[in-house]
Design a protein around this ligand. Structure first.
Ligand code: NAP
Length: 436
């Protein structure tokens, strides 16, 4: 029998507990699949006395998680603590530097420091695997790293945050507003007490930055991701969108743009019949366009104990089989330096909603502002039932034909100066990513 795979797990929260359960429940299969026994040698978490519902008899408890990186009897460190800095980063850096394989679910760490960590892994000839960091149980990293290697990828678009997708789905189903549904999501455990990372789009942006690197062969560049959350979406927007034949989804989109890669996370109108529009509740999905394979859509659970631990274990199976691949498909020296696309040249149709004065001539002024920016209008809808009772203003929605972002920015600047337009207009891009 081959030498056992000796494992150290740091973090015994939702994901860590899921991993330990699978290690004991599927021990026989995992050992057969990799040709060697697996042994959980040591674990670390903050609170040694907490009952976690798992049997840790015979497993060493390390008070300091970083001790796992130094232990001679550990081959692979599984980092499930979280956070881009502090203990998680120290542990992963030390483990790789000491020639240990690392498996992690930590999207913030990989989005921020993935390239530097990959360089250490490559120098030491060890694995740095992070399947669980993107879209939970969906094997999207493997799909890009292995299954789609023959393809030039032209776009990756995904529903990458289950909390946002749950909130938008509930708003649509019940007609309730964002704040109301967010409270329910928190009560159900679908949203954190501090939901800002999720609803503000940061969590999705971490995942998108990783996907973009894998898809386009450039270094991860989280700072180049444009991020907008779902906080300003109202039940009224969802109803307007539905009447026009669209759903509103928070998408992460990465494409080749003018002068570089275009990476953005924002609410998006997607055609009702498209695969991404059909993804509801806490589910995630990723649509990839490859030149050989065409459109591929993967859908599944993006978070939670089982799906996330499933992804962690798939990475561990690779380690147990002795598979060591460059963490970002090609060695880091072959990755292109980050180049951000010129956003002013990005094209799409738009949904625009604002409150306008209910008086003769106000609509003419608004359409003139759009025309001066060379934006042509596809549809206009004004609804008296949404009238603001104090100001008397009415919500007006425009769908535009395809236009570049530079023109849209110019039009918005002009609109903001009009007396008849109140507040900041809500602007949502319309995309057909994943529709073909
Ligand atoms: N939850 C999901 O569905 C999901 C999905 C995809 C990816 N992820 C990623 O997976 C990772 C873990 O997430 P999680 O949801 O399992 O987190 P969690 O439930 O909050 O668990 C975190 C664990 O880390 C431990 N910990 C915190 N500080 C520590 C320290 N200084 N030393 C040692 N242990 C420490 C905690 O110990 P105590 O238990 O003693 O407090 C806890 O066991 C994160 O990177 C997250 O982004 C999670």
């Amino acid at each position: 029998m081959n030498k056992p795979l000796r494992i150290g797990v740091a973090g015994l929260g939702t994901v860590g507990v899921g991993v330990v359960k699978i290690l004991s429940e599927r021990a026989e299969f995992l050992s057969a699949a990799s040709g060697r026994p697996w042994k959980l040698v040591a674990v670390s978490a903050r609170d040694v006395s907490k009952d976690r519902g798992i049997d840790l008899t015979g497993v060493r408890w390390e008070k300091d998680a970083c001790a796992l990186a130094d232990a001679d009897d550990i081959d692979v460190v599984v980092e499930l603590i979280g956070g881009s800095e502090g203990i998680a980063r120290d542990l992963v850096e030390a483990a790789l530097s000491n020639g240990k394989h690392v498996v992690t679910a930590n999207k913030a760490l990989i989005a921020r420091h993935g390239i530097a960590l990959a360089r250490i892994a490559e120098q030491k000839g060890v694995a740095l695997n992070y399947e669980a960091a993107v879209a939970g149980g969906i094997p999207i990293v493997k799909a890009l790293r292995e299954g789609l290697a023959a393809n030039e990828i032209s776009s990756v678009a995904g529903i990458l945050n289950g909390t946002c997708n749950y909130i938008l789905t509930e708003m649509e189903a019940t007609g309730r507003d964002f704040a109301d549904v967010l409270k329910d999501a928190q009560a159900l455990g679908y949203a954190e007490a501090d939901p800002s990372f999720d609803v503000g789009g940061i969590d999705a942006a971490h995942k998108l930055a990783i996907l973009a690197s894998l898809a386009f062969g450039q270094e991860v560049s989280f700072d180049d991701v444009e991020v907008e959350g779902i906080e300003r979406i109202t039940a009224e927007d969802i109803k307007f969108a539905s009447d026009f034949g669209y759903k509103i989804k928070l998408l992460g989109i990465a494409t080749r743009g003018v002068g570089g890669i275009d990476q953005r996370v924002h609410p998006t109108l997607v055609p009702t019949g498209s695969p991404l529009a059909a993804v509801s509740g806490v589910f995630n999905a990723v649509a990839i366009e490859g030149d050989r394979v065409g459109l591929l859509v993967l859908e599944g659970r993006g978070a939670g104990e089982g799906p996330t631990a499933s992804a962690v274990l798939s990475d561990m199976v690779d380690v147990a089989r002795g598979l060591v691949m460059p963490p970002f498909i090609v060695p880091t020296d072959h990755l292109k330096a980050p180049a951000k696309a010129n956003v002013e040249k990005r094209n799409s149709p738009y949904y625009l909603r604002f409150n306008a004065a209910d008086r003769a001539g106000s609509m003419a002024e608004i359409t003139r502002a759009l025309a001066e920016a060379s934006i042509s209008i596809e549809r206009i809808v004004q609804r008296s039932e949404g009238r603001d009772t104090t100001s008397g203003r009415l919500p007006v929605v425009f769908l535009t034909h395809e236009t570049d972002e530079g023109s849209m920015r110019a039009a918005l600047k002009h609109l903001s100066k009009l007396e008849d337009v109140a507040g900041k207009p809500l602007v949502i891009r319309i995309e057909d990513s994943g529709s073909r």
